[in-house]
Design a protein around this ligand. Structure first.
Ligand SMILES: [Zn+2]
Length: 142
């Protein structure tokens, strides 16, 4: 269930507008996945790609711009460190990145796309750590 993007991209071959579809999802094995397809309205240019884990930088920026920036928070601050370690494992983050996250607000676990937050909240639910997901106001550009 991808969404048609409102972002206008130009075909790298002929400069016409591209139809762009993209999305993220959660696999039955509790993995994060992403996909995108670009299709030119005028020439034969088309690409389709997908992968596991966090979306590539450019696609992630599009997802954040069109669907908002979301935050995952623990309900109980005393469980935050345990939650961060779980999430860092799932996201395969470096120790430095984990320490950087740790210095953010006392309840924030992750800031990113809505699907990333839902996915991490399920990972934490399995570890019996209750969380809440909120949208950061004003982050959408489209
Ligand atoms: Zn084209």
């Amino acid at each position: 269930m991808g969404v048609k993007s409102l972002v206008e991209l130009e075909c790298p071959q002929c400069g016409s507008p591209l139809d762009l579809y993209h999305g993220e999802g959660i696999t039955s094995a509790l993995g994060l996945r992403w996909w995108q397809s670009q299709c030119c309205r005028s020439c034969a240019y088309a690409i389709e790609e997908d992968g596991i884990g966090q979306a590539p930088e450019a696609l992630r920026a599009l997802l954040l711009a069109t669907a908002g920036t979301w935050q995952l928070r623990v309900n109980d601050p005393s469980q935050r460190l345990r939650a961060l370690v779980r999430c860092a494992d799932s996201l395969q983050l470096s120790r430095a990145r984990l320490l950087a996250l740790r210095s953010e607000s006392p309840v924030t676990i992750w800031t990113g796309t809505q699907t990333e937050c839902v996915w991490l909240s399920r990972v934490l639910q399995n570890a019996k750590i209750p969380t809440a997901i909120i949208e950061i106001p004003g982050a959408r550009s489209a």
